[in-house]
Design a protein. Structure first.
Length: 110
């Protein structure tokens, strides 16, 4: 699943989400998620991602869901900055929730 929106072509710094998940017991196996900022919005519920490819440039995996990423490739795209190319995740797990994002046997790549 790919969001090919190019925010550099739009005035005002717009961005767009490639995938929005909100549901319980969702499973994604061997799926590619490609975008820039905000590639995968795991908003709510429980999700399991196995052997997936996640690519983006700033906070590209984010949200308040309980999500497990097992044996996944997490690929950071270069934004062209010499000092800060952004963060990978921006979990917004509610303080009352015991779990948020869990990465097992996954690889951070560039």
């Amino acid at each position: 699943m790919e969001n090919s929106f190019d925010e550099s072509l739009v005035e005002g710094g717009s961005q767009a989400v490639a995938v929005y998940t909100r549901g319980d017991r969702m499973k994604f196996h061997n799926v590619r998620f490609i975008g820039n900022q905000d590639t995968l919005y795991a908003n709510a519920g429980t999700q399991y991602f196995s052997q997936c490819y996640n690519e983006g440039d700033v906070d590209f995996i984010f949200g308040g869901a309980r999500a497990v990423f097992e044996d996944c490739d997490i690929v950071s795209v270069d934004r062209g900055s010499t000092t800060n190319n952004g963060y990978i995740t921006a979990a917004s797990t509610n303080i009352s929730e015991p779990y948020g994002f869990l990465f097992i046997n996954s690889r951070l790549k560039k």
